[in-house]
Design a protein around this ligand. Structure first.
Ligand code: SER
Length: 321
């Protein structure tokens, strides 16, 4: 049977790039992008788009009835920093949105669901280095609490209702095609833009705050790999630890300075420092490697080169890298 794929939250940082990849793979008409507003990225003109607020269960039913998707990628969420500013909305969007999708998976017999979790499920009591898959998890942000509860719900729906739901605990995602919004790890995206414009980055974290990160091509690969793996290989139905690289603001600054020596960072930590301090420094992703063959391709240096090379033309610059 032909696959029909619905992406919810398609205009976000991950959704924009995922829609592009899925359309290359499955064909433009087979991938339905949806969000609460229509993005202006060229990708959204290449195939079907539906306005969809995931909190509107009736509208979700209409979209599912119309397209009968075999797979749903549910990406709509408030990220860590925004959810701290709007805790009620963060909780409602992140939890009720997931419930609506999981219930719809049962009602409409959707073959596969993808839902992202995050390193934010970990907390101050978690071992910070090489954080294992299973350990103390005491998240203290609304975002992290909602993601941990969501993971438990995913596993519950798999066990009780047989929903084939798959999930990854993303580290900070870094890409040049679409802008992030509201995350604690987002400094690691804006720093590249600043390097190419003002040559000065004002960092909202301290110089030594090490966090796990992943370059977008690797994040897309991991997402598509876990969705394409045979069901019996997916042994973890809550969410898999996933790692690419780990670095601090000081280290990414040095990586950029190799190519742009005049670049520098000023450290002005704000409330996001506390969030970052509660998250791991590095992640043990051996379960993902063992179960479905995960292996990242980029490290800090190769990502930095690729980010600068791809962003430079946007600012009318030609870098020799
Ligand atoms: N990138 C996310 C955030 O910072 C973590 O999953 O909120």
């Amino acid at each position: 049977m032909a696959e029909n794929i619905l992406v919810i939250g398609a205009c976000g940082q991950l959704g924009t790039e995922l829609v592009e990849e899925l359309r290359k793979m499955y064909g433009n008409d087979q991938v339905i992008a949806s969000d609460i507003f229509k993005g202006d990225d060229v990708v959204f003109r290449s195939g079907p788009f539906e306005i969809l607020d995931i909190l509107d269960k009736k509208r979700l039913g209409e979209v599912l009835y119309k397209y009968k998707p075999t797979q749903v990628y549910h990406l709509a969420a408030l990220l860590s920093a925004t959810a701290e500013l709007k805790p009620k909305l963060g909780w409602t969007l992140n939890m009720d949105g997931l419930f609506n999708v999981l219930d719809a998976a049962v009602e409409f017999r959707i073959d596969k669901i993808y839902w992202p979790s995050s390193i934010a499920v970990f907390g101050p009591g978690t071992p910070a280095n090489n954080t294992p898959q299973n350990c103390v998890m005491d998240p203290n942000t609304i975002y992290g609490i909602s993601k941990l509860a969501g993971e438990r719900y995913c596993e519950y729906y798999f066990r009780k209702h047989g929903v084939d739901v798959r999930s990854l605990r993303y580290p900070g995602l870094i890409g040049y095609k679409s802008d992030p919004g509201g995350g604690t790890t987002d400094y690691a995206v804006s720093i590249y833009h600043d390097a190419l414009t003002t040559a000065l980055h004002h960092c909202f974290l301290k110089a030594d705050t090490e966090l796990p990160m992943l370059y977008m091509p690797d994040a897309l690969k991991a997402t598509l790999d876990i969705m394409h793996a045979p069901a019996e290989k997916i042994k973890i139905r809550s969410s898999y630890n996933l790692a690419g690289m780990s670095f601090s603001p000081k280290e990414i600054t040095a990586a950029i300075q190799k190519y742009i020596p005049a670049f520098d960072t000023l450290y002005m930590p704000d409330s996001r420092q506390e969030i970052a301090d509660s998250w791991p420094n590095s992640i043990d992703d051996s379960e993902a490697r063992k179960d479905w063959g995960w292996k990242p391709g980029y490290d800090l240096d190769s990502m930095t080169r690729d980010m600068l090379k791809n962003l430079a033309p946007r600012y009318g610059l030609a870098l020799s890298l």
